[in-house]
Write a protein that binds this ligand. Structure first.
Ligand code: ZN
Length: 271
């Protein structure tokens, strides 16, 4: 099976997701016989059906932090994976807040669904988990869930890093150094003073980490109005790194991305 990244959602704030301008069903990474489902927010089940992804095939579901747009559908996805606990299978990987809550914050993961996966793994920055020959390392992030983590996947054929929600910090950007595909959550366009990433931050991150391909996603309403395609073009022009704006349902092969993405970008710009 060819490796694939499938975006089940690209929405990143309460307006965009609440009005369903974009879904927030998360990101699917298929590699070898494994399927990873990252940040299953609202819409995970319906978007999986629309784009012919069987959640039953999830090897692991990963939650970067305990915010609604990232894990609202975690219980439903675990139920789909395990036939509501009939088959105890799959791995749940999450941050501290997902498993333990935080002060004044309840976890979105509720019993009995937390007992249905075969293994539950709590990751903090720097900690790793291996699934066959795929290694996943938790990355630093700085966000309103203080335990937020990103993910760095090392597979035999490519690497992929996912920032999750974070502010810009040099040491966080350095954590992505040398990655092939860098997926960044960018709710804001240029010129926004932001508690999360905006276009200017993305340019700084790419200049530090130099990925082969950058994908921006997790758009807020101001980003949609600015048009993510324009922002991606600005980023690519300033960094000389191929950059694309994700769309709901977008699928790419992370290995052969170079030629395909060039075509896809041209098509999108021609719309
Ligand atoms: Zn968040």
């Amino acid at each position: 099976m060819e490796p694939k990244i499938i975006f089940l959602g690209t929405g990143g704030d309460a307006i965009v997701v609440g009005k369903h301008f974009r879904s927030a069903g998360g990101i699917i990474l298929q590699v070898q016989d494994f399927q990873f489902h990252i940040d299953p927010g609202p819409g995970a089940l319906s978007m999986a059906k629309n784009f012919e992804v069987s959640l039953r095939n999830n090897t692991a579901v990963l939650v970067s932090h305990n915010h609604l747009n990232h894990c609202n559908d975690i219980n439903a996805v675990i139920s789909a994976m395990t036939y509501s606990g009939l088959d105890k299978l799959g791995v749940l990987i999450g941050n501290t807040t997902l498993f333990d809550g935080a002060e004044g914050v309840q976890s979105m993961l509720i019993p009995p669904f937390n007992q249905f996966p075969e293994r539950n793994i709590l990751l903090t920055p720097g900690k790793k988990v291996g699934i066959e020959d795929i290694e996943i390392t938790a990355l630093k992030a700085e966000h309103t869930d203080p335990n937020t983590i990103g993910f760095y996947f090392r597979t035999p054929t490519f690497t992929l890093a996912y920032s999750s929600d974070t502010k810009f910090k040099k040491e966080i950007a350095e954590g992505y150094t040398g990655v092939d595909v860098l997926v960044l959550n960018v709710p804001y366009p240029s010129g926004e003073k932001a508690d999360q990433l905006g276009t200017r931050d993305v340019i700084k991150i790419i200049e530090i980490s130099r990925p082969k391909l950058a994908i921006i996603t997790h758009f807020g309403i101001k980003m949609l109005k600015a048009d993510p395609l324009n922002e991606a073009r600005v980023i690519q022009r300033e960094t000389n790194v191929q950059t694309i704006a994700a769309k709901d349902g977008m699928q790419i092969n992370p290995i052969t991305f170079a030629s395909r993405i060039r075509q896809m970008t041209l098509k999108q710009f021609a719309e």
